[in-house]
Every structure is written in C-alpha cells, then in structure tokens.
Design a protein around this ligand. Structure first.
Ligand code: HEM
Length: 545
C-alpha cells in the first residue's frame, strides 16, 4: 500500500493528491444535498430535514442538543417533519397536538415494543415489558401498580428518611463536617454521584427489597454498573456489537436475573412475609395472577424487578440532581423550603423535626412546586419513540402551514419512527411566561398557565381511560408531560414524587446549599438528560444540625 502511495505521489504530487482525497467527502456532501433539492420526496409525507451526510443524516445535531435542533426545525418546517437518524426515518410531531398525535396514537398504527424491544430486552430480560405483546405488558403494569399503594408509601417514608440521614452523616461526599463554631467552612459534593447513590439506596430499601439493599455494597453494585453500561444511546442504535460493554451487559443480566430468582424461590418457600419485606414490590408481585389465572413465572418477576430498577434509577436521580442544583442556584428558595419544613414539622427545638406522614409530605405546596418546575425544565427523558406499523395520517391541525398539500393531511408511512418531545412544549415561550426561567412559584398561581397544564395532564374533571392497568388520566394533549401520557404513561410517578420529596426535604433540613460555579450545561449525549461537569454544589451544615 505504501509503495502504491509513493507511486501516486510521484505521479500527481502532494497537492493534487490531497485535493483528490478531499474531493471524495465533498462530492458525497454535494451529491447528498443536490439529491434532496432535486428530489424533495413524496409531497404527501412530512418534509425531510436537509442534511449533509447520507445515513448519518441529522444524528450529530440531534445528539448534541435535541431541543435546539427541534426548535430550529419547527421554525423552518412547522410542527411535523422527518429527520434521518443513522439510517432511520424519524418523524417528529411537536406541541400539545403533536404529543397527542403520538402518545395518544392507536396501538395498531404505532407501537413502543417495535421501537424499544431490541434495546430493553437484553437488559430487562425475556417475557416482560416490550418483549411481550402490549396487552400482556398492560397486565404487568397492573401487577406493578398493585405494589405502588398508599399503604406501602406510608411505610416507605421512615425507611427513606433513615437512609438519607445515614448517608449525609457517614458518606465521604459530606466529609466536611461543620461544628457550630466552624460555620465559615463550606464543603462541596457532586450532586449527580451523590444523588445516584441515595436514589439506589432508597429504592432498594423500599421497592426492591431487603435482600437487594443488603447486597448493594457487594457484588450487586458491580452487576448493576455493568448492566447500566448496556443502557446507553449506542445500545439503542446498535443492539449488538462485539464490544466488551455488550459482553458485560449480557453477563450482568444473567447474574442479576439468577440473583432475583433465587430470592423469589426462597420467599415462595417461606410462604409468609415478615414485617420488613411485606411492603416491597416482590411481595406484591408474588400475590398477582394473569387474567387467565396463571401465576407470574419466577423469571418474569425477576425481569420486572430489573426493569423497575432501570426505569426508576436514572430518571429519579437526574431529577433530584437538577432540583438540588436549582435550589443551590436560588438560595432564597432553599430558605423558603426550610421554613416550610419548620412550619409543618418543627418541634420547637432548633434543627429538630418530626418525621412527616406520607400525606403531609405530599401536601407541601412549595416542595411540590419545586419538583414540578424541575421536571418542566429538566425532564430526564427528552425523546419518546414509537414505530409506525401502518401508514398513519397526521391530523390536519398539525400539518405545516408551509405544506404544499394543505388540502390533504400528511401521511407518516409504515416503517418510520415517530418521536414526541414534551420538553419542547414544556418550555415553549408561546405557552409559558418566562419559559426558560426556573420559577417554582408559577405552580402556586391558582389559575395560571401551570395550573391549567397540570389540570390537562391529570384530566381533572375529564375522562379516565383504562388501558389494562386501571383507570388513568390520559393527559395526552397537555403541554406538560414529564411522565409521558396515554397507555405508556409512567406508573412510578407517585413513587418518584415520594422519593424526590424525601430527598429534597431531608437535605434541606440538614444543609444550606449554594452554587459557586455557573449553572451547569446540559449533557444530551447520555440517554437521560444530565448536567455536565463541573457541577459541584457547595454545602454547609445548618447551625442547628
Ligand atoms: C414510563 C418518566 C420514574 C417506571 C415512563 C415514561 C416517562 C417516564 C416519560 C413514558 C415512556 C414512553 O412513553 O415511552 C419518568 C420520570 C421519572 C420516572 C421523569 C422520575 C422522575 C419511574 C419510577 C418507576 C418508573 C420510579 C418505577 C418504580 C415506569 C414504567 C413505565 C414508565 C413501568 C411504563 C413504560 C411503558 O408503559 O412503556 N416514565 N419515570 N418510572 N416508567 Fe417512569
């Protein structure tokens, strides 16, 4: 090869050869653009976003900042457009009507299992979630719901409080320990690392069960990390590559599945539950049966538990991280949250509080508003996909005013993916005053935009729909949908509110927070929307602590 190169250089010279090499990618770009301009495609289909490279399409722009990319496309093409994502055609529908089109879409026309199964089954395991027909998954959601009861949540409050307090007292993240006469010294902690640990501790102590909590310090943590390494955007794009991370994912899945199955066998053999495991999810799943009367097989219980671990961990940890970053950025909100705690749970002695009841915790207006506002600006999931299995017409009200076929609705053809991005409507300046500002007080205005959006999300006074896991609010055309909507709506919402509420209130009782760095930038390269480093929060133990 080198000899051949040498001959070519001798023949044409360095400059000419360099030009020839550069001409190849330039010609590809030119041809790709020319092709799109000369053959704009079927006018009955949504417009395709102009891109420079074949196959890669708009993957780089979308991957770097999906929200900015969608907003730019919205300006140019309207609310419905298609972009190329590594060879896939993805049609985006924006705004509340776009959310409704996709999340409220008919299951026979677009579905989640064909969009996600390749990605989730190696991690969760066989025969659950997207690896089964949708009606079976809806039954599995019903089983999960049976474990997420108010009665269980009441028992979780104390458990979570103990875990969080013990973490703040003992973990090296909070090693700067101010005594009352050393108030000047501020420590720092990395919220993402810290909150991720607290999230897994609180989830395992409550939902996952005492056996998982006890193994967290040992092999389970490594298995979880390896499994998690297989839950990245790369895995979404390429389900199987000959890479170490894929091998580790498969090994970790097998080990974890075996671990849960052993635990289930032991529990089944015992036939009764003790006080400290009667409130966890395994206890609930073991009492459930499919409509045809058969028990949930052991491997399915194990795989549902893995699915719940993965579904709840990053979403809650990311939201908790963003919430603390925002509170640290706004110390006046931190002070107001602290006062809310004193007002409701202070017992008259400085720094001493009683444990809240579940109902009391959920009725704290500012705490609730902080969580809602954080989810509005920092929804952990920015893109929700479905695969189109039948040509589907786009409602006329959604078609772009620039459409050349205004009289006919667009058709999204079979084989496309559709994508809903509530994050765009959640910060749309046409809907929300000061849309980009983090302002929890907007949720306390009785008839404000936020209250209206929430009513639409909860379908207050509206119909509830039963997709097979009990009646739920449809909420598909609300501009605020951090937990999705329709048949795939999150069932962990109330648990997440409890977990986040306990996290924020316990930390606020003990620590003052402040941000000594610019507010962190957003990292969209991870599956879940996370802050980029540096993102340290400065803390100081409260005078009374
Ligand atoms: C579904 C967000 C916490 C379990 C979803 C969806 C979203 C979401 C957007 C819809 C996905 C889709 O339509 O494709 C969140 C957020 C959370 C959170 C923002 C925390 C702040 C949890 C927790 C659990 C959980 C703690 C478990 C205890 C589920 C399940 C589904 C779901 C089982 C149903 C998936 C489906 O039907 O396809 N979540 N989630 N989530 N989530 Fe959550």
């Amino acid at each position: 090869l080198l000899a051949r190169l040498d001959t070519l250089i001798a023949q044409y010279g360095y400059t000419n050869l360099g030009l020839a090499v550069a001409a190849v990618p330039l010609s590809i770009i030119l041809l790709t653009v020319l092709f799109q301009l000369l053959f704009p495609g079927d006018p009955t289909h949504p417009p395709v976003v102009l891109h420079w490279l074949p196959i890669i399409g708009s993957a780089i722009e979308y991957g770097n900042d999906p929200i900015a990319f969608f907003r730019k496309c919205q300006e140019k093409y309207g609310n419905v457009f298609t972009f190329i994502l590594l060879g896939r055609k993805v049609t985006v529908a924006l705004g509340p009507k776009g959310n409704n089109f996709i999340l409220g879409g008919r299951h026979s026309q677009m579905n989640a299992e064909d969009a996600y199964c390749h990605f989730t089954t190696p991690v969760f395991g066989k025969d659950v979630v997207y690896d089964v027909p949708n009606y079976v998954f809806m039954e599995q959601k019903r089983f999960i719901k049976s474990g997420l009861t108010t009665e269980n949540f009441r028992a979780y409050v104390k458990m979570m409080e103990e875990e969080i307090c013990s973490f703040i007292e003992n973990d090296s993240a909070f090693r700067i320990y101010q005594l009352s006469d050393e108030r000047g010294e501020w420590g720092q902690f990395h919220p993402l690392n810290t909150i991720s640990e607290i999230t897994i501790l609180t989830a395992s102590r409550t939902l996952q069960g005492k056996e998982i909590r006890a193994s967290l310090d040992k092999t389970f943590a490594q298995r979880y990390a390896d499994l998690d390494g297989g839950f990245r955007p790369l895995n979404f794009m390429f389900p199987n590559l000959p890479l170490e991370s894929y091998r580790k994912r498969d090994k970790a899945h097998k080990a974890m599945s075996d671990f849960y199955r052993e635990m289930i066998r032991k529990r089944r053999a015992r036939k009764s539950f003790s006080d400290d495991d009667s409130h966890d999810m395994i206890a609930a799943l073991l009492t459930q049966k499919y409509k045809d009367g058969h028990q949930i097989p052991e491997h399915e219980v194990a795989h549902i538990m893995i699915a719940l671990l993965m579904a709840g961990q990053h979403t809650s940890a990311a939201t908790g991280t963003w919430a603390l970053l925002r509170i640290a950025e706004h110390p006046e909100i931190g002070a107001a949250l602290y006062n809310e705690q004193i007002e409701h749970f202070g017992i008259g002695e400085p720094g001493v509080f009683r444990t809240a009841s579940y109902e009391e915790l959920r009725a704290l207006p500012l705490l609730d508003a902080v969580i809602r506002e954080t989810l509005r600006l920092h929804s952990p999931i920015h893109s929700i996909f479905r695969k189109v299995t039948q040509d589907v017409p786009v409602p006329r009200s959604l078609s772009s005013p620039r459409s050349t076929v205004a009289s006919r609705p667009y058709i999204v053809p079979k084989g496309h993916y559709v994508l809903a991005c509530a994050a765009v409507s959640q910060r749309d300046p046409k809907i929300w005053p000061n849309a980009d500002k983090w302002d929890p007080y907007r949720w306390l205005e009785k008839d404000g935009v936020a209250a209206q959006a929430y009513k639409a999300y909860e379908d207050v006074n509206g119909e509830k729909v039963d997709y097979g896991f009990g009646a739920v609010s449809k909420g598909t055309d609300s501009p605020y949908q951090p937990f999705g909507a329709g048949r795939h709506r999150c069932i962990g919402e109330q648990f997440a509110y409890l977990q986040l509420g306990m996290l924020i209130s316990t930390i606020i009782r003990k620590l003052e927070l402040r941000l000594d760095i610019p507010f962190p930038e957003v990292n969209y390269h991870t599956l879940i929307v996370l802050p980029k480093d540096p993102c340290n929060i400065s803390y100081r133990r409260r005078w009374e602590a």
